[in-house]
Design a protein around this ligand. Structure first.
Ligand SMILES: C[S@@+](CC[C@H](N)C(=O)[O-])C[C@H]1O[C@@H](n2cnc3c(N)ncnc32)[C@H](O)[C@@H]1O
Length: 336
C-alpha cells in the first residue's frame, strides 16, 4: 500500500509531500541522522525544480482550499492531543514552551534559550499585578507561568486552547483560568482585557479569518491596551509548491503572508510599536536532538507513525526557515 500511495500523492500534492508521507508511514522508526540530512540538504537543480514547481500554481490554492475545509478543532487535536508526556521529552524542562526560543549563544541549552525568550516577551507585555491578561493558544501555560512569576498575580491570567490534553495539564499543574475554546470564533466582552497576547498560535488562523479577528481583539482590549504577538508568517506572497506539506503536521491550518498581517493589524486600528525578527532554526535542531536522545521512551508513549511525523517535522520546518519561506516576528500592537 505504502509504495502505491507515494506516486499517487506525488502526482496530486507534489513530490515533497509524497516523500514525507512515505517516510512518516514507515513501520520502523526513522533513522535520525539520515532523515535530517535528507530533508535539509540541497538537491541537484532538476530535482529541486520539480520539488518547488509541482503542484503547479493554479492547483495549489485549489488543493489547499480543500484542505482548509477540514475541521480546525480536529486539526489542532491531531497535533497536540498526542500525549503530554511525549512533549515533555523534548520541550524545555522548566516551562514547556512549544515555540521558538532565543539562543544568545550557539551552545546554550533549550532551557536557557526559552528563558531568554520568556524574558523578552515579558518585557514586551510588561504586565502589572491586577491587569487582566489573556493568552490566545496558551499551550501548556509556559508564558502564563512566567507572567505569574513576575507579578505574583494568578487570578487575572486567562488562556484559551483547543487541546483537551493541555487543559487537563493546566488544571493539574498550573491552575490558571484556561478554557477549551476557539479564540477565532469566540465572542469577547468589549474593553475587557489590558493585554492580549499569543505565542505561536496565530499561524493557525486562516487567511480569511485574520482581519475580522484583529477587529474583534481590538474591541476586546481596554483603551490603551495592547496585543502582543509572536508568530511566523509566509515571506513569499503567492503560495509556494511545498506549502501543502504543512497539512501533514497541522491539518486545516496555513500561514499567511507578512504584508497581509500588517494590513489586518493596521486596518483594525492598531499602531505597531515593536517588530523584531527571530531565528527558529536553533530551536528546531534542539528539539530534534532531545527527541532523538529520548527515542526509546518516546516509542513507549506514541506509535511509530507519530514518532516519525514529529521527527520529520523538525528538519522540514528548519528547511522552511533556511529557505527564507517563513519569518518569525514578534510584534507589539497598541490600541490608542
Ligand atoms: C505552538 S502551540 C504554542 C503554545 C504556547 N503559546 C507556547 O508558547 O508554548 C499553539 C497553541 O495554540 C492553540 N490554538 C491554535 N489554534 C487555536 C484556536 N483557534 N483557538 C484556541 N487555541 C488555539 C493550540 O491548542 C496550542 O495550544
Amino acid at each position: 500500500m505504502r509504495p502505491l500511495l507515494a506516486p499517487l500523492e506525488a502526482f496530486a500534492y507534489g513530490p515533497a509531500y509524497a516523500y514525507l508521507n512515505y517516510k512518516i508511514r514507515s513501520s520502523e522508526p526513522l533513522d535520525h541522522t539520515t532523515i535530517w540530512e535528507e530533508l535539509t540538504r540541497d538537491l541537484p537543480p532538476v530535482a529541486d525544480w520539480v520539488r518547488t514547481s509541482w503542484p503547479i500554481r493554479p492547483l495549489r490554492s485549489f488543493l489547499l482550499g480543500a484542505k482548509m475545509k477540514q475541521d480546525h478543532v480536529l486539526g489542532i487535536a491531531a497535533h497536540y492531543d498526542v500525549s503530554n508526556d511525549f512533549y515533555e521529552l523534548f520541550l524545555d524542562k522548566k516551562y514547556m514552551f512549544y515555540t521558538c526560543a532565543d539562543f544568545h549563544q550557539p551552545d546554550e541549552t533549550i532551557e536557557q534559550a526559552q528563558q531568554h525568550k520568556a524574558d523578552h516577551i515579558l518585557g514586551l507585555i510588561d504586565p502589572k499585578p491586577g491587569q487582566k491578561i489573556l493568552e490566545l493558544g496558551c499551550g501548556w501555560g509556559p508564558m502564563l507561568r512566567r507572567i505569574e512569576e513576575h507579578t505574583g498575580d494568578k487570578e487575572n491570567l486567562y488562556g484559551l486552547t483547543l487541546s483537551k490534553e493541555q487543559v487537563a495539564y493546566n488544571d493539574q499543574h498550573n491552575g490558571f483560568h484556561v478554557e477549551f475554546d476557539d479564540f477565532i470564533t469566540r465572542q469577547y466582552e468589549p474593553e475587557s482585557y489590558d493585554t492580549i497576547y499569543s505565542i505561536g498560535a496565530w499561524e493557525h488562523v486562516r487567511p480569511k479569518e485574520i482581519a475580522p479577528l484583529c477587529k474583534k481583539l481590538y474591541a476586546a482590549l481596554k483603551p490603551g491596551g495592547k496585543l502582543v504577538q509572536h508568530f511566523f508568517c509566509r515571506v513569499p506572497d503567492p503560495l509556494f509548491a511545498t506549502a501543502i506539506c504543512s497539512q501533514l503536521y497541522f491539518p486545516g491550518s496555513i500561514g499567511s503572508p507578512y504584508r497581509s498581517h500588517i494590513k489586518a493589524f493596521e486596518g483594525a486600528g492598531f499602531r505597531i510599536t515593536h517588530r523584531s525578527i527571530h531565528d527558529y532554526r536553533p530551536t528546531l535542531r534542539a528539539w530534534f536532538d532531545r527527541l532523538v536522545e529520548n527515542r526509546e521512551r518516546a516509542l513507549e508513549l506514541v506509535d511509530v507513525q507519530t514518532y516519525n511525523r514529529q521527527l520529520t517535522f523538525f528538519p522540514v520546518s528548519w528547511r522552511y526557515f533556511d529557505d527564507g519561506l517563513g519569518m518569525l516576528v514578534r510584534w507589539v500592537l497598541q490600541k490608542e
